[in-house]
Design a protein around this ligand. Structure first.
Ligand SMILES: [Fe+2]
Ligand SMILES: [Fe+2]
Length: 148
């Protein structure tokens, strides 16, 4: 089954990975601009998943725990990111926190792509995914506009 929602989520995961690279390397200007972009896109990605995709998984016994764990991982990532924003980008603590945030996000993304998406594909129909896709895009737009 072709699932545009998962294609979009995977594409955004790759963008998130690229932003992590830009935030950790290069001059301060590049890192600061990557941080601003990340702030907008990363939070929007999490919030849109939480509004469109995970509630459906939470309603099904087979995927309930996966959804609850994903909420927790999003929550931890958001806390770390909020702490990161309060630190000076040139401090060693900033880099340490970024590294841990990156590890948590990589773990989470890997779980989504190798486990959550596969289980969801067995449970939901093409129409369910297209509803979730529209909902995801609508919610993500709202969050991106909110962050400007
Ligand atoms: Fe997620
Ligand atoms: Fe994701």
């Amino acid at each position: 089954m072709k699932i545009p929602l998962f294609d979009l989520l995977k594409k955004e995961h790759q963008e998130i990975q690229r932003m992590f690279e830009s935030m950790s390397k290069g001059n301060e200007k590049v890192r600061v601009s990557a941080l601003h972009k990340f702030q907008k896109q990363f939070i929007a990605h999490l919030k849109a998943e939480e509004a469109s995709f995970y509630p459906k998984l939470e309603d099904e016994p087979e995927t309930k725990m996966l959804a609850l764990e994903a909420y927790e991982e999003h929550h931890v990532a958001e806390i770390l990111f909020n702490e990161l924003k309060t630190l000076n980008i040139n401090d060693a603590e900033w880099s340490a926190k970024l590294t841990v945030l990156k590890e948590i996000v990589e773990h989470h993304v890997n779980e989504e792509e190798t486990e959550v998406f596969k289980v969801a594909e067995k449970i939901f129909k093409e129409d369910d995914f297209s509803d979730m896709y529209k909902e995801f895009q609508g919610k993500e737009d709202i969050w991106i506009k909110k962050a400007i």
